[in-house]
Write a protein that binds this ligand. Structure first.
Ligand SMILES: C[C@H]1O[C@@H](Oc2ccc([N+](=O)[O-])cc2)[C@H](O)[C@@H](O)[C@H]1O
Length: 451
């Protein structure tokens, strides 16, 4: 997409080399050591390992690269958390319909097995998919992410069903064929922002619940709820509207009983990408929907207090204690699962420089909210900042920077330089305290001996 329709990327650029970890992975691991990280999450590129997407042809060079990268981390006792799919589908899989193809789950299972086979002796934490919502809603129900299919009223739902079956197939393959010898865990990462009723009214409470079901319940409920299957209220609305609109069957394709059981419970942990919160209203701030879609189905309004600190990303503001709000809710709803926060972070503009005080403010607030979760006994096993370094930020190109380290994309070696937030983050995780007055000496970064 970046090559065929570059105009849809904010700065018209692409991710062909981006931060180029393929070349500079040793520097990346050095940065992990500088920060004092004991775990790092990254994703595999399906097409780097299987160039045509199918499991019959494995790229030796691709496998060798990931072996080197994983081994370099392990050499310094950094635990790799590996995501199988973070939005980069092999072109041939997309040409076959991508997540709309009912055979997609089989193709994904085969890819997952190749990954388990080659890396599972050392990788013990697997994440099947990053952010089903962003894959299915933004890519198949809207035009805000590749492949920009916007399949009116059905794209998000077809994708959701196939993605969940694909996830479950990978999970069961791991369980049945690899877990006994490799001894790891396999889960999924879902983007869970917090959605709060705008007022105390019952209407707004229902609106917020519908929004939660649409944004993450659609993917979490089938896996983590006791009953399995898609969320009840959302299903009822889509069924009713589909009938009114003259469809012969609901636009939301339900699971068969067998499928529902197969997906239910298919995750050893709940990976959460959390960034922000929104206020939800039943009557105000609503969109104007002319064709069927997930958002037209729920038909609720969204508002954000302008007093919340704004990042460089339109969708990202600092919402007070929202990690705790979101995790407390999930913890209760899904009976205390194991959690990992697999992403959480803050963007700035490329020219904002190295004194990234708003990022520091965000991380201090976020980690405080993490401590509130631990204090409440939530089984939160890990926290991963997004991100170690600047990257190709999808449709925003290089116009939004999330890195603790700046990447100079124009330099021949993609030079990485720590921002002030990197020093503060290092201080927080090494001292396990959040000191609002800590002012780092940012002249030189260093590696603590013995780590
Ligand atoms: C910045 C990272 O965000 C992750 O994706 C998103 C995108 C949008 C929202 N949102 O709340 O609107 C949340 C998360 C993504 O996984 C990562 O690659 C980065 O883009």
């Amino acid at each position: 997409m970046t090559h065929t329709i570059p105009d849809v990327i904010k700065d018209g650029r692409n991710g062909d080399d981006a931060a180029d970890t393929y070349t500079y992975y040793k520097r990346d691991v050095e940065m992990m050591r500088e920060l004092g990280l004991d775990a790092y999450r990254f994703s595999l590129s399906w097409s780097r390992i299987l160039p045509n997407g199918l499991a019959n042809k494995v790229s030796d060079a691709g496998v060798a690269f990931y072996n080197n990268y994983i081994n370099e981390m392990l050499k310094y006792n950094i635990t790799p958390l590996v995501t199988l799919y973070h939005w980069d589908l092999p072109q041939q899989m997309q040409d076959l319909g991508g997540f709309q193809n009912p055979l997609f789950p089989r193709m994904f299972e085969n890819y997952a097995k190749v990954a388990f086979k080659h890396f599972g002796d050392r990788v013990k934490h697997w994440i099947t998919f990053n952010e089903p919502r962003e894959i299915c809603y933004e890519g198949y129900g809207h035009v805000t992410k590749a492949p920009r299919l916007n399949a009116t009223g059905v794209g998000t739902y077809y994708c959701a069903k196939h993605l969940l079956l694909a996830h479950a197939r990978a999970y069961h393959a791991y369980n049945d064929q690899f877990r006994a010898t490799q001894g790891g865990v396999c889960g999924i990462t879902i983007s869970v922002n917090w959605f709060k009723p705008l007022t105390d009214s019952e209407e707004d409470a229902l609106a917020a619940e519908l929004k939660r079901q649409a944004e993450w319940g659609l993917y979490a409920e089938p896996i983590f709820s006791e009953e399995g299957g898609f969320p009840k209220e959302l299903s009822e609305i889509v069924d009713r509207k589909s009938e009114e609109e003259g469809y012969f069957a609901s636009r939301l394709p339900q699971f068969t009983d067998e499928e529902r059981e197969y997906v239910r419970g298919s995750s050893d942990f709940f990976g959460v990408n959390h960034y922000t919160a929104y206020m939800i209203s039943a009557n105000d701030y609503k969109g104007d929907y002319v064709v069927p879609s997930l958002y037209a189905d729920i038909d609720v309004g969204t508002w954000v207090p302008p007093t919340w600190l704004q990042s460089a990303s339109s969708w990202l503001r600092l919402a007070p204690n929202s990690i705790h709000d979101a995790l407390s809710h999930l913890n209760k709803k899904y009976n205390g699962p194991i959690f990992y926060i697999t992403e959480n972070g803050w963007s700035q503009h490329p020219d904002d420089g190295f004194d990234d005080d708003s990022r520091i403010t965000y991380y201090r607030a976020a980690l405080d909210s993490v401590l509130n979760c631990l204090h409440d006994g939530i089984d939160l096993r890990g926290y991963m900042a997004w991100s170690l370094m600047d990257n190709f930020e999808w449709m925003e190109g290089y116009t939004e920077r999330f890195g603790l380290y700046e990447v100079d994309f124009a330099s021949p070696e993609k030079t990485r330089t720590p921002r002030k937030s990197a020093f503060v983050y290092k201080h927080i995780i090494s001292t396990r305290t959040i000191d609002p007055d800590y002012e780092p000496d940012t002249k030189t970064m260093w590696i603590d001996e013995g780590k």
